[in-house]
Design a protein around this ligand. Structure first.
Ligand SMILES: [Zn+2]
Length: 297
């Protein structure tokens, strides 16, 4: 369920409005315009601000190549959850997106990819029916076009206002990723701060390659919840990307300015590997044909 720990964190560390903003990492006063230009990375200390889904896609996808899909999906209030429609309205105004995920396809350093990005400003990036469906449709598009999939996740977890329907998105997205895997298509999962709950417990943890931004909080329940439950002190840096890299959960930590190049390198590696395999299979077929010439009747 959507983690309550996300809210305080968000209030403190989001890029605030106005011309200037104070970096939570080093305290420097930064020009808001400059921070936008660097896709939310402090020029003084490299602190990574939270950024929206559209800004995220702009940071990864080549200019003018992004085409959005699944724009006609509408968020429903299946439980009649008190205040949910107001929360949605507020989130739309604040984030500038209509839901916590944007999906589509475009070129990443010239490579065609399916892509989805989550937006923490929209109800804590929580995964309800629309988010799950957009991630699934991005995966299905990748499958149909036989291109790789890239998903950038930042989320407090499943969306509690949609109850069990939001939990079903975990299975739905995971199944879509499994189909990509069966087809031999690569999936790169990028984890941004924070990535928790039902999202990290499903598709976000299933990447063929899992990349994380520096210092991102990644885990199922937040550290405060775990500490209270088990009544013990957690190790230093527990659930931070660096801790998870040391424990084999994350493949690499990549600062945001290098993320696009890093993903492109991964995808080119996979593509070269597949070419090699196809060539070898071709040679094998040819060798079999030579070894067993067609027999006369
Ligand atoms: Zn800074």
């Amino acid at each position: 369920m959507v983690a309550s720990m996300g809210w305080q964190w968000r209030k403190k560390k989001n890029i605030p409005g106005g011309l200037w903003t104070k970096c939570p990492g080093c305290g420097a006063m930064l020009q808001r315009k400059k921070v936008d230009e660097t896709f939310g990375v402090c020029t003084e200390c490299q602190f990574h601000f939270k950024i929206g889904a559209r800004q995220r896609i702009a940071s990864l996808i080549d200019d003018g190549t992004f085409a959005e899909i699944a724009t006609d999906l509408e968020t429903k209030d299946p439980l009649g959850f008190g205040g949910y429609s107001d929360t949605l309205e507020r989130s739309r105004k604040k984030s500038g997106v209509d839901e916590a995920a944007v999906a589509g396809h475009g070129k990443l350093d010239g490579i065609p990819v399916g892509i989805a990005a989550l937006d923490f400003n929209f109800v804590g990036g929580s995964m309800g029916v629309v988010v799950g469906t957009r991630v699934m449709l991005a995966a299905e598009l990748a499958l149909e076009r036989r291109i790789p999939l890239v998903v950038v996740s930042t989320s407090g977890g499943a969306r509690m206002q949609e109850g069990a329907l939001s939990l079903m998105q975990m299975a739905k997205t995971s199944a879509a990723i499994a189909r990509l895997g069966e087809a031999g298509l690569p999936y790169v999962s990028v984890l941004a701060d924070p990535c928790t709950g039902g999202v990290i417990a499903s598709y976000a943890a299933l990447g063929d390659v899992i990349l994380a931004e520096p210092h991102a909080l990644v885990g199922y329940a937040g550290p405060r919840v775990i500490q209270t439950t088990i009544g013990a002190q957690l190790p230093e840096g527990f659930q931070k990307a660096e801790f998870l890299l040391d424990h084999g959960f994350v493949d690499r930590i990549v600062p945001r300015p290098q993320m696009k190049a890093e993903i492109a390198t991964c995808l080119r590696y996979f593509s070269a590997r597949d070419d090699r395999r196809r060539r070898l299979e071709g040679l094998e077929l040819a060798a079999t044909a030579v070894a067993k010439p067609p027999q006369p009747d």
